[in-house]
Structure formats: structure tokens, C-alpha cells
Design a protein around this ligand. Structure first.
Ligand code: ADP
Length: 736
């Protein structure tokens, strides 16, 4: 509008100037005409009055007057027109003014009625505007706030964030007449007639903040309660484990005494129930440790193939007792040694393979280790041919205390904790676990975990034989182990064929020249012997047999087998059979390995035992005596150190110390530190010290080694494990 008015101004001025000039010219000409007419009329040549001239003069005067009146009238008309125009403009302006005022009122009332708190301040911090909400919050009238530097009393304030558009945002807890309130402020700079002002708009977020705080408090309380529950569970489980160890150990000792058949049955029931209870407590203990975040993970190098093959060997008796197969395949692309927590991974593998055996009645279980899509990731797949899991139960079984089918669970037993524990362990290692299954078709549990290669050099575990000239026939009733053996042999260059029994063998053996025939004794000894006789012309005839079938070896050898392999067959043994020849006199490599690993108890040792629990002390004492050792008992750490010092002083130092970790007064760690310190002071032979503990966490293990112990024995104790631990401690002590 202002611009339009400015543009019109010069046009009006020009028009007015022209009209002024025209008017000046007309009036001057008229005055001149009138004056001339009048003078010419009054002053004729004859110097007398001339009526004609007078008339002309009067007419000219009249004409002039008429002209002037005409001009005046036209001016009045124009002025009236302009006046009307002005009146219209005035009306319009009044209307607009009214509209603006109305909009202003509306905006003002909108601002006033806002729930949000609004305050504006000038550059000096003086309040220039406040809305009703601000007045209520401040507890003061508008009049007393304007032009003052009033600020709300701040109790707490968050950090300020500045957005890209320049808006500053922060939360404040302020004291108000209706109690403390949380206000979320948004502050922007606005321009006004008075200059730049700061406009702060605050929203009351007290309810939200209080709800958030209440939620966080509830969550913290729930977490604390959960932690307390887990601690309680861990403690109770630990406390139950100790007397249970006593019961189981005593049952073992009782078994070695003369018993009637009835007593043996009852004792076996005690032992089986005790073992089940112990397994259950171990699971609960593990689970509570995971819940409490106390499950530590070690990163130690270990051999992948040995890891899985040892697991298979331990599970072998269970599978063979059910007439199932069990075998493993470790992809040769995987590094021989990797870094990870082998103990925890073994726990997962045992759980998955244990379930696979439990839920399978026919067929068997295979464990396959293969590289995953990304380097350093290893996939461990445990496959079975068992009852399978329906799709709707597949996600559920990974939750604690969930079992796929209540009825089946009652039949098979279990707690429903194994998979939940495995999932947590695997996820804590940065891996994943999932299942692929269909009812009646078996299940495959797949674990993918990061297991980086240990060190740079990757020495192959054994030299892979070159079997490119070999044509190998595998006769086996079960497809699982046979197919994995075939996979290994093919990997080494051989051509293989797998057939299920002696009838097929009769046909296939004559089809082509075979260099080796592998026969699974699971066919039955007579059938295996028949195949051996049929394959008499095949240069290498190897029988595969379960450890329990060793008794059949002589008959099998007589039937014509040239060598044997014990199931489950290790890749290294299979390779060795092809590399070294296959005489019956040379034991398969896995037997040699097993033999080498067997702990040979050192007999007749003088052993100091520090154990505060009487039953456990009695048990260890009895076990050591049975192993041919001479135990001396001490009830706590102080007594143990004293006894150790006295024995040395008498010139009859102990050969070993078995040290319980948790004892009243001086605990096992402190007692060990004292003994090591005395040894360092006095010199002399170092006494191997083995820890006795109810749980084998990584932290406990580290603490024992740090204190100077040489070994670690997890209760419950049995004769074999005690002997193995004493022997292992010996080696460790010699190495130290
Ligand atoms: P548990 O075996 O002690 O019951 P788990 O957590 O190990 O507990 O397993 C939970 C449930 O998952 C089992 O009860 C069973 O219903 C199902 N399950 C686990 N593994 C298998 C398997 N290999 N085949 C069929 N069902 C399985």
C-alpha cells in the first residue's frame, strides 16, 4: 500500500501544476480581455462615452465573470468527485484497520489462551510480553512482570541443544506456586518494532518426566530384584552342590564295597538321581550366573578338530547305547587352531548334541564345522534324525523353561534351560543360534560364532593323504557316518561309493577293481565277515567298530580284515590308516591319542588336603587312600599352611596339596599365596597345588593361577578325575 501511494504522488503533483498554469493563463487572459474591453469602451477616440464600446466592455466583463464562475463550478465538481473518492478510500481504510485490529486481537487471545508458557524479552533481558500461562506459572500479574527482568526460579536444568534453524532447546525444573514443574523450553530470536527480542515458549512436561522417572525406577528395581534372585539362586545352588557332591562321592565309594544285587540296584538309583539333580543344579547355576552377568569368557587358543572329536568321543557311549550313530566333519578350510572359550563352546555343543541324542530314536547325529560367510566366523551344525520341532515351537524352545511338547518333555526329561543357556552363551560370544526342523524329519541346530585363527602360522593338524588313485567302497547300514567318511576321502582325492549291506556289496564288489573297502561292524559280525571274505582280493580291508565291540577284533581279523578303526572315526586316524598301512598290530591313531591323554595316576604320594566340609574331606581321604596315596587333612587355610611348614621342617615335605577355595578364616587362595611366598624365601622343591572348587568359572580359574596354583579340580570328585588332576598338576608344576 505504501509503495502504491508513493508511486501516485508525482502524477498528482504534475496534474496540479498543469491545472494551476491553465488557470493562471485563463484568468490572466480574462483579466486582460476585460480590462482591454473596458478601457477601449470607456476611452474611445472621441474621448466621450460610447455606448457600443461600453456594451462591449460590460459584455466582456460578464463573459469574464461567467468564465470565472464556470471555472469555479468545474473545480467544485472535481473537488466533490475527489471528496467522494477520498470518502470511499477512507471507508476502505477503516475496514482494513478494523480487520487488522480484529486479527491482532485474535492472535493475542490465541497467544494468551495457549497452554504453553510464552515470554518475550528485549536485548537487555527485560520482559516485553508474557501470556496468561506464564503469569500463572510465575504466580504474578502481567503488570508486575512487564518491563522487569523477572526469571522463574530454576531447580534443575538439562544441557542446551541448538538446532540447525537456530532454535535453542533445554528442559528446566522450576519452582512454581503449584510445586516444582518441568518445562521444555524452545527459544528463538524474533524481530519486533523495538528491535530483536528473544521469544521463549515452554511446555509443561512434568507428567512425562515423572512417568519416565517412575518407569526407570521400576526398571532399576526390577533389575535389582532379578539380580538378587540370580545371586540367591547361585548361592543356593552352590550350597546344594556341596552336600550332593558328598552323597555322590560316598555312593561311588560304596559301590566298591561288597554289595548284594538288591543293594547295587538301590545304589545305582541313588547315583542316577544324584547325577540328574547335579546336572539340574549346574544348569540353574549357569543360568543364574548368566542372568547376573557373571559368566566370564576366556579367549584361549584351541584346536578345532580335537575340540569336536573329543566331544564326540564323550557322547559316543550314549549314542551307541541307543543304537544311534554319531560323527563329525571338520571342514579342512577352517584354521586348525582358533581363539575362543572352548569350555563354554563345549557346553553349548554338549547341550545341542545331548538334545539331539535324547530326541532321536533312529538314525543318528552329526556335527559339522564349516566356515561361515564372513572370515573368522565358524558354523557348528548339529543335525539329528529325531522327532523334530514344529514351526510354532521353534522360537519358543530358546526361552527359559520352555519345552516343545509337554508330554514328550515328561518322557524325555530335562528342565527346558539348556537351549536358553546356550543361546545366551552364544550371543555373549557375539554369535547366533537358530534351528531348522520339521516334525518327524529331524532338527538342525546351527551356531555361528566368531573364532579367529590363532597366530599367523596355520600348521595342518595332519598330512592329508593323496588318495587320487584310490577307489573306496564303504559298506555301512547307517548313512550318517558313512557319508561323512566319504566326504573326507573325496576331499583327499578318492572316488567313493556308499552301500548299505552285504547283498549290495556282493554286486558292487565285482563291478570294478576296488583299492579299499571300509565295512561298518554295525552290520553285525557275521555280515561283516561275509563282506571281508567277498573282498579278499581288495588290497585294503578295514573294519569300523564301536569301542564296546573290540572283543570281536580277533574274529574279524580271522575273517580277512587287514585293519580296523574305532568309531567315531577321527579324520587324523582315517588319514593315518591310509598313510601308514593298516596292520592289526598298529593301534589306530585315535587310540594312541587316547592312550597318550590317559592320566596315569602317580601312586604313593604324601598329599596335604585343605577342606573344611567334613563329608567332602572324608570322601577325598577315601579316594586318595584308594589311589594308594597318603593324605593329611587340614580344616582351613591356616591349618594347611602350618601343616605344610611343619612337614618341610621335619624334612618330609608334601608331594602335593589339594586346596579347597572357600574355607572359613584363611581361604585357599591366601593359603596358596603364603606357601608360594615361603617357597620363594626358603628355596627348595616347589609343591604342586591343585584347587578344589564347586564351580569352574573363568574368573575362579584365573584367580587360582594368579595365586600360584598348578591345577584346578571341579567337584564332584571321582577317582579318575582326581588321579588325572594330580597327574596334570605334576606336569604344570614341572613346566612352571
Ligand atoms: P531340555 O532338553 O532340558 O528340556 P532345552 O532347552 O535343551 O531343555 O530344550 C528345550 C526343548 O526344545 C526340549 O524340551 C525339546 O522340546 C526341544 N528340543 C531341543 N532340542 C531338540 C531336538 N534336537 N529335537 C527335538 N526337540 C528338541
Amino acid at each position: 500500500m505504501r509503495q502504491r501511494a508513493t508511486l501516485k504522488k508525482p502524477a498528482i503533483v504534475v496534474r496540479r501544476l498543469i491545472s494551476l498554469i491553465v488557470r493562471a493563463v485563463v484568468i490572466t487572459s480574462m483579466a486582460f480581455g476585460i480590462a482591454f474591453g473596458f478601457l477601449s469602451g470607456t476611452m474611445g477616440d472621441r474621448g466621450s462615452y460610447d455606448p457600443y464600446m461600453f456594451a462591449i466592455g460590460v459584455s466582456a466583463l460578464f463573459g469574464g465573470a461567467c468564465g470565472a464562475i464556470g471555472l469555479l463550478l468545474s473545480r467544485i465538481y472535481r473537488m466533490k468527485k475527489e471528496l467522494r473518492h477520498l470518502e470511499t478510500r477512507l471507508d476502505e481504510a477503516a475496514d482494513r484497520n478494523w480487520q487488522i485490529k480484529e486479527a491482532e486481537e485474535r492472535a493475542k487471545s490465541f497467544f494468551e489462551a495457549q497452554d504453553d508458557v510464552i515470554v518475550r524479552r528485549d536485548g537487555g533481558g527485560a520482559v516485553t510480553y508474557v501470556n496468561d500461562a506464564f503469569c500463572t506459572l510465575a504466580g504474578q500479574g502481567r503488570g508486575s512482570l512487564l518491563a522487569t527482568s523477572f526469571t522463574l526460579p530454576v531447580l534443575e536444568c538439562s544441557d542446551t541443544t541448538t538446532r540447525a534453524d537456530g532454535t535453542r532447546a533445554y528442559d528446566q525444573k522450576i519452582a512454581s506456586p503449584c510445586g516444582p514443574r518441568w518445562i521444555a523450553w524452545r527459544e528463538v530470536a524474533v524481530r519486533s518494532e523495538a528491535g530483536t527480542e528473544t521469544q521463549s515458549v515452554g511446555r509443561d512436561i512434568t507428567d512425562r518426566i515423572e512417568a519416565e522417572r517412575a518407569l526407570a525406577e521400576a526398571r532399576d528395581q526390577a533389575e535389582m530384584a532379578n539380580l538378587a534372585k540370580s545371586r540367591f539362586l547361585a548361592m543356593v545352588s552352590h550350597e546344594i552342590r556341596t552336600p550332593l557332591n558328598g552323597i555322590l562321592g560316598m555312593a561311588d565309594l560304596l559301590r566298591d564295597t561288597p554289595l548284594s544285587a538288591e543293594q547295587t540296584t538301590y545304589l545305582n538309583a541313588v547315583k542316577n538321581s544324584g547325577d540328574t539333580l547335579l546336572a539340574l543344579i549346574d544348569e540353574i547355576l549357569d543360568f543364574s550366573k548368566i542372568e547376573a552377568g557373571r559368566l566370564g569368557f576366556a579367549a584361549q587358543p584351541f584346536e578345532l578338530a580335537a575340540f569336536v572329536e573329543e566331544a564326540i568321543e564323550l557322547l559316543g557311549p550314549r549314542t551307541q547305547a541307543k543304537g544311534l550313530e554319531i560323527c563329525c566333519y571338520v571342514d579342512e578350510r577352517l584354521p586348525a587352531r582358533v581363539v575362543g572359550d572352548a569350555a563354554r563352546l563345549r557346553q553349548v555343543l554338549f547341550n545341542l548334541a545331548g538334545n539331539a541324542i535324547k530326541f532321536t530314536e533312529e538314525g543318528g547325529v552329526s556335527i559339522m564345522l564349516e566356515p561361515a560367510a564372513t572370515p573368522d566366523l565358524v558354523t557348528i551344525a548339529v543335525r539329528d534324525t529325531g522327532i523334530g520341532i514344529s514351526p510354532e515351537d521353534q522360537a519358543r524352545v530358546f526361552f527359559e523353561f520352555e519345552q516343545a511338547d509337554g508330554g514328550a518333555a515328561r518322557k524325555f526329561g530335562g528342565t527346558g534351560l539348556g537351549l536358553a543357556i546356550s543361546k545366551r552363551i552364544v550371543e555373549s560370544m557375539g554369535g547366533t543360534i537358530d534351528v531348522e526342523s520339521a516334525p518327524g524329519k529331524g532338527s538342525t541346530f546351527r551356531v555361528t560364532v566368531p573364532l579367529p585363527r590363532a597366530g599367523d602360522a596355520d600348521e595342518p593338524q595332519f598330512a592329508a593323504p593323496d588318495l587320487s588313485a584310490q577307489n573306496i567302497l564303504i559298506v555301512a547300514p547307517g548313512a550318517i557316518e558313512a557319508s561323512l567318511l566319504a566326504r573326507h576321502l573325496q576331499g583327499w582325492g578318492a572316488r567313493t561309493q556308499v552301500i548299505p549291506g552285504e547283498k549290495a556289496a556282493a554286486a558292487v564288489l565285482s563291478e570294478q577293481p576296488w583299492t579299499t573297502v571300509l565295512v561298518d561292524q554295525a552290520l553285525g559280525t557275521p555280515a561283516s565277515e561275509t563282506v571281508a571274505r567277498m573282498a579278499a582280493s581288495v588290497p585294503r580291508r578295514i573294519v569300523l567298530l564301536a569301542p564296546a565291540m573290540r572283543g570281536e577284533l580277533a574274529a574279524l581279523r580271522a575273517a580277512g580284515f587287514s585293519g580296523y578303526l574305532i568309531k567315531p572315526v577321527r579324520a587324523v586316524s582315517l588319514a593315518a590308516r591310509f598313510a601308514d598301512g593298516d596292520a592289526f598290530d598298529s593301534a589306530p591313531a585315535d587310540e594312541l591319542v587316547a592312550d597318550d591323554k590317559a592320566a596315569r595316576p602317580a601312586a604313593g604320594l604324601s598329599i596335604l588336603v585343605a577342606e573344611d566340609n567334613d563329608i567332602n574331606a572324608l570322601l577325598i581321604h577315601a579316594l586318595l587312600v584308594k589311589l594308594g596315596h597318603r593324605p593329611t587333612m587340614a580344616g582351613n587355610g591356616t591349618a594347611a599352611v602350618d601343616s605344610w611348614v611343619a612337614a618341610r621342617a621335619e624334612g618330609m615335605p608334601y608331594d602335593r596339596v589339594l586346596m579347597d577355595l572357600h574355607m572359613p578364616g584363611m581361604d585357599g587362595l591366601e593359603a596358596t599365596r603364603r606357601i608360594r611366598a615361603l617357597e620363594a624365601e626358603q628355596g627348595g622343591r616347589r609343591t604342586p597345588i591343585v584347587a578344589l572348587t564347586a564351580n569352574a568359572s573363568a574368573e575362579d580359574r584365573d584367580a587360582c593361577l594368579d595365586a600360584g596354583m598348578d591345577g584346578f579340580l571341579v567337584k564332584p570328585l571321582d577317582r579318575k578325575r582326581l588321579a588325572a588332576a594330580l597327574a596334570a598338576a605334576d606336569k604344570a608344576a614341572l613346566a612352571a
